[in-house]
Design a protein. Structure first.
Length: 199
């Protein structure tokens, strides 16, 4: 039995932190897992910038409400879900993901959670498990699933490489150059065809 594991940001939706960097006028927040492989380092750095600027969950959620899925993402996901089981594996947070998941038709998502003070300041974060995407793929395999995975960033490589088929989607030139063995697609039609062939 197959299950497709997809990253969310960069694959199905725009990057939340890039959108918030534009909305807040803080260009440093454009840095994502495409640029920084160490997620803990990246998040600690982000939280420091938020604190410095007096920004919290409310401001980020206001930006997220304005974000729509990437063009064609909802249709791609709807078509894919007629063929096989799909789960979104994301290093985002429950407090960020909900409006985007609603716009995608409520697919299943496994993500993390933020620690938020009563005044809305983000004081920390709790990862669901270490190396959450790779750990989840291995857990799914342990209960009888063959996994097929797609993502765009450093933190997706583990689940892509551990799966029976894996794809880079709209990734960076640097990641594609480092991993020429991974098929790299730019359109949802290409990705759907690749997944169908693997099924």
């Amino acid at each position: 039995m197959n299950i497709v594991c997809l990253d969310m940001e960069g694959v199905l939706t725009p990057e939340i932190w890039i959108a918030f960097a534009q909305a807040s006028g803080i260009p440093e927040l454009r840095r994502t897992t495409r640029d920084e492989p160490d997620y803990d380092k990246l998040m600690t750095w982000r939280l420091g910038i938020l604190k410095e600027h007096g920004l919290g969950l409310r401001e980020i959620q206001a930006t997220i409400e304005t974000i729509d899925p990437l063009p064609g993402a909802r249709e791609f996901l709807d078509q894919l879900r007629t063929l096989t089981q799909v789960v979104i594996l994301s290093d985002t947070f429950e407090q960020f993901a909900k409006p985007l998941i609603a716009k995608l038709g409520w697919p299943s998502i496994f993500c993390n959670t933020l620690e938020v003070a009563p005044d809305g300041a983000i004081t920390g974060y709790k990862m669901r498990c270490p190396q959450s995407k790779l750990t989840t793929v291995k857990a799914l395999q342990s209960i009888g699933f063959d996994t097929i995975a797609a993502g765009d960033s450093f933190n997706d490589l583990g689940m892509i490489q551990a799966s029976k088929a894996g794809f880079l989607f709209r990734s960076t030139d640097a990641i594609k150059a480092e991993h020429p063995e991974l098929p790299a697609y730019e359109s949802f039609d290409q990705l759907l065809a690749g997944i169908q062939a693997a099924l």
